[in-house]
Design a protein around this ligand. Structure first.
Ligand code: DON
Length: 565
């Protein structure tokens, strides 16, 4: 962060320095400002698709459908039709909805399907290849949300994605490098080499065309749900499964339904938080953290920032222990939501908090969260009337199971790894699980995705979310706290370096290039082990400023972009 002062402020500066206060930076990062409407998503092309729909008179839900479909084309590492997600919606009149289009375990799935004869876990099977996929939910989810709340013709919302797949789009240097790197795994795990991806070493400026995918999208455009869950595309999925030893059947596809759920809501000071409940753990984690923090004064100035980060870590280690024990798909396991959020429970849970020193997490087994990439994706949308959509969607890992459905041209998820494949065995994000999140047919695997909308005094205030596996709820928490406690704008709050901790492994990860060594030193003195890593999260969010102007904050850690008017 820069300290930047202009001449007029010199007197005030001298005064502040004399009395020993630290200086406030004057030049703040500001995101795109727009009067009417805003879309922030992982790719400039998808943000533009969303804005175009809004300008044609579509509402935020229409734009969300178009963005989800377009992400499946230009951001195949996470955008998808072969995965799932969660959408939290606040209508302009203050009605809330949340849609769960999370993948489900196939009917033939079973608790020990990723254990070998000796009972050892086989993460390679839950993370890559045909057995790693849950039954996809994205297409059913988009159909359901459009039926209930959309206003434009369905086909007009799919057309932009079809155009991008058919005519192609130009690759940036990073995209070209990523696609080329991914080719090896796609070749290895797909039953038929997906040459549209793997056929060449991609260079910046190449045009990436996906003919099979455009055909699949046309079927979805013309037949809706039936264009994916039955007929040609369903047959392609089942044939892919049969060739590769997977278990998703026609019956699984026919039976899949996304589900409207009551959003999880809570309050923090003057703010109302509307977020995702089970099968996500994200909303619960966010509300538990805010619930505990309400009793503390926090600041990001000087050493007080280390005290805040210590407090945050101590909350995280307790709450992620709760996650492992109590959180799962509430259709299968009685998640004690009210109990976990009760004020008395939270104060009792935090009663052994010591402001001076870290509480060690017993080491059971460490996960490696250091090499994780940010390959879920989140988008935030506000339309002219004030309808808001917060949506996080994923294939789980980058490019999911790495299985491209031959003939249909899309990637399948590896979401089965979000189940607890063996009690106490960490998933790819290093989080532990137990009985609650065991594999059962048709169950949804526990998620951390935290699409969230906030109100201040009953008015729309913020739309926020991020990818990042287990770091999702804690990144959302930090974006929220940066704005409401540390007085930052949306872009500034997103640019701030992030920290994450999750009970096990017993450490605080922090983003590289965090420059306040004194803060790190204080955390070490309190007994925390620190571990530096590359970017944590990609928060794409919208803040309603006091004058009603929308500030879109796009995460500079990716090629994320805001587009508004
Ligand atoms: O639902 C979840 O919590 C994970 N499948 C999300 C994966 C993710 O964020 C990957 N990107 N970092």
């Amino acid at each position: 962060m820069k300290n930047y002062f202009c001449k007029e402020h010199l007197t005030a500066l001298l005064f502040l320095l004399t009395v020993g206060f630290s200086c406030q930076p004057e030049e703040k990062a500001t995101g795109l400002l727009a009067e009417n409407a805003m879309v922030v998503s992982a790719h400039p092309l998808t943000s533009k698709v969303g804005k175009d729909i809004l300008q044609q008179g579509g509402n935020a839900i229409d734009a969300a459908v178009a963005v989800q479909m377009a992400l499946a084309v230009v951001y195949p590492q996470a955008g998808n039709i072969g995965g799932g997600g969660f959408m939290v919606i606040r209508e302009a009149d203050g009605q809330y909805h949340s849609l769960d289009y999370r993948e489900k375990a196939p009917l033939a799935a079973s608790r020990d399907m990723y254990l070998d004869d000796k009972g050892d876990a086989l993460p390679e099977k839950s993370q890559n290849g045909h057995l790693a996929s849950g039954v996809p939910g994205s297409v059913d989810g988009m159909v359901k949300v459009h039926e209930k709340l959309g206003s434009m013709d369905w086909s007009k919302l799919i057309d932009p994605a079809i155009k991008l797949a058919e005519e192609g789009f130009e690759l940036s240097e990073d995209e070209a490098a990523y696609f080329t790197r991914a080719s090896e795994n796609l070749k290895k795990y797909s039953s038929v080499d997906p040459v549209q991806f793997t056929g060449k070493a991609w260079k910046v400026g190449d045009i990436f065309i996906q003919t099979q995918l455009s055909h699949t999208l046309k079927l979805i455009r013309d037949k809706g749900r039936a264009g994916f869950y039955s007929g040609e595309v369903a047959d392609y999925i089942v044939a892919e499964m049969e060739r590769g030893g997977g278990i998703i059947s026609l019956e699984d596809l026919e039976k899949y339904e996304s589900t409207w759920r009551n959003p999880l809501t809570g309050n923090y000071k003057d703010y109302t938080i509307i977020t995702m409940g089970p099968p996500s753990s994200g909303g619960l984690i966010l509300l538990q953290m805010l619930g505990i923090m309400e009793k503390y004064q926090v600041s990001n100035q000087g050493q007080a920032y280390a005290d805040y980060l210590h407090l945050k870590t101590e909350m995280e280690r307790r709450i992620f222990a709760d996650r492992a024990a109590f959180m799962a798909d509430a259709d299968f396991y009685p998640v004690p939501v009210d109990e976990l959020l009760a004020e008395e429970y939270l104060s009792q849970r935090f009663s052994n908090f010591d402001p001076q020193s870290a509480t060690p997490s017993d080491l059971i087994r460490e996960g490696n969260i250091l090499s994780m990439s940010e390959e879920t994706t989140h988008f935030s949308i506000v339309d002219k009337k004030g309808n808001a959509v917060s949506c996080t969607t994923t294939l789980n890992g980058g490019m999911g199971s790495k299985v491209m459905v031959a003939g249909a041209g899309f990637l399948l998820n590896n979401e089965m790894d979000d189940f607890s494949i063996k009690p106490g065995f960490p998933n790819m994000f290093g989080v532990l699980g137990g009985e609650a999140n065991k594999i059962e047919p048709e169950k949804r695997m526990l998620s951390s995705m935290t699409p969230t909308i906030m109100e201040k005094n009953n008015e729309l205030f913020m739309v926020v979310g991020t990818p990042g596996g287990s770091t999702i709820p804690t990144s959302v928490f930090q974006a929220v706290v940066n704005v409401i406690e540390f007085d930052m704008g949306m872009q500034e709050a997103i640019n701030e370096k992030r920290f994450h901790s999750q009970w096990k492994p017993d450490q605080i990860s922090f983003e590289k290039d965090f420059e306040r060594e004194d803060v790190l030193e204080t955390l070490r003195k309190k007994g925390h082990e620190l571990s530096e890593r590359n970017g944590i999260g990609r928060v794409d969010a919208i803040l309603v400023l006091e004058d009603g102007i929308l500030e879109g904050g796009a995460d500079p850690r990716g090629m994320d972009a805001a587009s508004g008017y």
